[in-house]
Design a protein around this ligand. Structure first.
Ligand code: 3HC
Length: 717
């Protein structure tokens, strides 16, 4: 159904305009245009006394985000329909009331604030999350929200992008009344007629003049220091758009709402064309795209009900998985090999939940109710009613093979059998099974109850239904699923290995680890640099995982002797008190002068030409080999589409979302430039050409001048 808005004129003289663009009623230009037409008609029709604007199930989740992409690419222009629309809603001849169910976000919330009153249902959520898209509110939100809820609350809502629920919206005057869904339309209509008849005041948000009431807006002198402080705080994000957003709010405070609206429009249009907005809009859309997998989600399958899920292994990972499952309402069975380990696992789950209590995310009573869904066992006999098993034991091939053989004998035939391995080929895990096709990978990231990604690994033989069931489980436990093919490291760890290896190479070329970490974290935006991360994970684990890649991809690895030397010295990172850094009792990291002799010994072994690299070179030498591997992952069909890899890198390794994920960022740099730089690096580091050699996909995109996110003409994508 084409996006639109429809109007019905009721007997009582109320025109009901309904936004219609399911599921979220996003404001596509066709919706806005139909809305404006209906509004003009209603305002001009002598039968109409008042107007109600509404949307079925959701009021509106804001401006249509895919339209931004067309505007950003120049295929569409940003229409000036919005200011007319809100002016006509707010101050046209007939009063307007918004009847809100579900989401009223971004432009949806702004549309509602343009109305003279708002009535909502208890499930309504209202807010201005535009900053998460690299934008600012662009339909009057920077001016109307402060005048409706007060500057302080408005700043909080806009700068955090967090929506508020109905009760809070009522408390702050954003809505007038909360009613059950069945009464929504009738109440909104009655309210609109009351305003039309002068029985209730007609509130025009932009004209609200009670500035002297401090919690509403405050006088300019009173609030300017607060705005300055907010700006200082926002500067820490390193982003421009929150600062510009505060400027638009400030303009309205100092020079009035008309000047404020003009400034808002100017800033909104500017932000729209910045790389940050392009990247964040891409991330929003690519995230939705990960749930659409060719051959899996387009087959008309129905999810199997997974009532009871068993987890094998109660270590850090297993207990995190149990926590995530129990939080989503599943019955969980945790199996361990002895009572001591089982008690330890159950304690860890309880601790995870209590940490949420501490953070006030739930009450202790709720935490205990969640914990009550987890049962411990030492016996496979208890698996007879399981719908899914997630194996989360140590990365030991023999152990995993035995486990899957046992599981096949203990679980019902419909049970989904999955492994949480992060690197081992899932076919190898299934080697002793009678029906190895049953196995599927369910790779969580630590801490599993917090990290948002679930990498789902399939082989060409994995039944679509099995993959579909794990995709459905991911959604149930509020994780973003990325379905990937089977290979060493799958998608995430596969693109990660050149990252850690580049880091070793940079040190062997004479770079200072603490400076590199700063460039990669503060400069590029990763949560931490590669050496701090290595210390967090543990140097021993890094070496163990690295070996898999050395074996699988010997033509393009860099080893060096630094990591083995650190391992020999038991400098394994945080857990031994020193690695690349020195750690105090509270695990606070500081540079360790005693690292230098180890570095020098490694450099002597490596015999690489010492070189002073610029920060830009450090970034390129770190990430271009990662892009190169990412291109191989795309070319081999390990991911369904390049956008999936963008989401996987953002949600697992912490690749900055404002750069749009690995492949999106690479396209910003340009395939031709990346190829050129990789070839430069190959010359700069003699003897390691294989590590930098551009793969065919990258080379072809560069030759054909096509984006990596599209792929060369020969590609299967
Ligand atoms: C001028 C203005 O100031 C500018 C703006 O309005 S910018 C837009 C501001 N609005 C937003 O940022 C809200 C974006 N949406 C969301 O955060 C979430 O979708 C939500 C909280 C509303 C609902 O979340 P959830 O229930 O998990 O559903 P979710 O899967 O995200 O959305 C359902 C579908 O609606 C789509 N959708 C949601 N909001 C949309 C929007 N604003 N535009 C287009 N599509 C949207 C999603 O892409 C998804 O599509 P799919 O099924 O094809 O993948």
């Amino acid at each position: 159904m084409a996006p639109t808005a429809t109007m019905e004129i009721h007997q009582d003289g109320v025109a009901v305009i309904t936004v219609s663009h399911p599921p979220m009623n996003s404001l596509h230009p066709m919706v806005l245009s139909a809305l404006l037409d209906s509004l003009k008609t209603a305002q001009a029709d002598s039968r109409v006394k008042a107007i109600v604007v509404t949307g079925h199930k959701n009021f509106s989740a804001g401006f249509d985000i895919p339209t931004f992409v067309r505007i950003q690419s120049g295929a569409e222009t940003l229409d000036d329909v919005n200011p007319h629309l809100n002016a006509l809603l707010e101050s046209g001849p007939k009063p307007t009331v918004a009847a809100i169910e579900g989401a009223a976000l971004g432009g949806g919330c702004e549309l509602a604030m343009g109305c003279n009153a708002r009535i909502c249902t208890p499930n309504a959520q209202m807010g201005l999350p535009e900053l998460t898209l690299g934008l600012i509110p662009g339909m009057g939100g920077t001016q109307r929200l402060p005048r409706l809820v007060g500057l302080q609350k408005a700043m909080q809502m806009i700068l955090t992008s967090k929506p508020i629920k109905a009760q809070e919206a009522k408390k702050f005057g954003l809505v007038s009344q909360i009613v059950p869904p069945s009464d929504l339309l009738a109440t909104a209509k009655a309210w609109a007629l009351d305003v039309a008849a002068g029985r209730r005041p007609r509130v025009i948000a932009l004209e609200k003049a009670d500035w002297f009431v401090p919690w509403v807006m405050g006088s300019p002198n009173e609030v300017l220091p607060m705005l300055e402080m907010a700006k200082k705080q926002a500067q820490k994000s390193g982003m421009e758009h929150p600062l510009l957003c505060i400027d638009a709010i400030t303009e309205g405070v100092v020079n009035g709402p008309v000047a404020g609206l003009a400034k808002e429009q100017e800033v909104f249009k500017y932000c729209m064309q910045q790389e940050v907005a392009k990247s964040l809009v891409h991330v929003f859309l690519a995230r939705g795209g990960t749930s659409k997998v060719r051959g899996i989600t387009d087959q008309g399958l129905k999810p199997t009900k997974l009532n009871t899920v068993a987890v094998l292994g109660g270590g850090l990972m297993g207990s995190g998985i149990c926590t995530a499952l129990a939080l989503s309402g599943s019955n969980v069975l945790l199996k361990e090999i002895n009572q001591k380990f089982l008690d330890g696992g159950l304690e860890r789950i309880k601790a995870n939940l209590m940490s949420s209590v501490k953070k006030r995310k739930m009450s202790e009573k709720q935490a205990m109710a969640v914990f009550g869904r987890v049962k411990g066992t030492l016996e496979y006999a208890d698996f007879k009613d399981c719908d899914m098993v997630i194996e989360a034991v140590i990365e030991d091939v023999n152990l995993k093979q035995q486990i899957f053989k046992d599981l096949e004998d203990s679980c019902p035939p419909h049970c989904v059998l999955s492994t949480n391995t992060s690197t081992i080929d899932i076919n190898v895990c299934a080697a002793k099974m009678k029906n190895p096709k049953r196995i599927v990978g369910a790779h969580f990231f630590s801490p599993a109850h917090i990290m948002p990604l679930l990498e789902i690994v399939k082989t060409p033989d994995t039944p679509a239904q099995v993959v579909y069931d794990v995709v459905s489980l991911a959604k149930q436990i509020k994780k973003t699923p990325v379905v990937v093919g089977n290979c060493t490291g799958f998608a995430v760890n596969r693109v990660f290995f050149p990252y850690t290896m580049s880091a070793m190479m940079l040190l062997d070329m004479g770079q200072d680890p603490y400076h590199v970490d700063k460039v990669i974290s503060k400069g590029f935006g990763m949560p931490m640099g590669p050496y701090r991360l290595s210390d967090l994970v543990g140097g021993d684990i890094g070496m163990h995982v690295g070996k898999n890649f050395v074996e699988a991809f010997p033509d393009r690895v860099y080893g060096g002797t630094l990591l083995p030397k650190l391992n020999e010295l038991k400098r394994l990172g945080e857990k031994t008190g020193r690695g690349f850094y020195l750690y105090d009792a509270r695990r606070k990291a500081q540079p360790d002068p005693e690292l230098l002799p180890v570095l020098e010994a490694s450099r002597k072994d490596a015999k690489l030409p010492p070189m002073k690299l610029s920060d830009e070179e450090i970034i390129e030498m770190t990430f271009f080999p990662v892009v190169n591997e990412g291109c191989r992952v795309c070319a081999e069909g390990i991911v369904d589409k390049p956008g999936d890899l963008d989401i996987a890198t953002v949600m697992s390794m912490g690749f900055p979302a404002y750069r749009g994920g690995l492949i999106h960022w690479a396209d910003y740099k340009g395939a031709q430039y990346i190829v050129k730089r990789l070839n430069d690096f190959a010359k700069m580091v003699p003897g390691h050409a294989g590590f930098f050699a551009p793969c065919e996909y990258l080379q072809q995109c560069a030759n054909q001048g096509v984006p990596l996110g599209v792929g060369p003409t020969s590609s299967r994508l």
